[in-house]
Design a protein around this ligand. Structure first.
Ligand code: SF4
Length: 67
């Protein structure tokens, strides 16, 4: 099973918390929004991704889980 993080950018306020917690997967770009830079993160990043999801103030990161 792969876990793919998705950002609902309409809700992103660009505070960069996700990037601070997991820079391997999240990046703030010049437009002030967070982007997913790793569409297929390895399993050792799962806990950091989940931590970023918990910490996001607008709850705009979710996981899509594919079999
Ligand atoms: S933590 Fe959430 S609101 Fe903050 S930059 Fe990341 S996606 Fe956007």
């Amino acid at each position: 099973m792969t876990i793919k993080p998705v950002i609902e950018q309409d809700l992103c306020i660009g505070d960069g918390i996700c990037e601070t917690i997991c820079p391997e997967v999240f990046e703030i770009r010049d437009d002030g929004l967070a982007y997913v830079i790793n569409q297929n993160p390895s399993s050792d990043l799962t806990s950091a991704i989940r931590e970023a999801i918990e910490a996001c103030p607008t709850e705009c990161i979710r996981l899509e889980e594919d079999e």
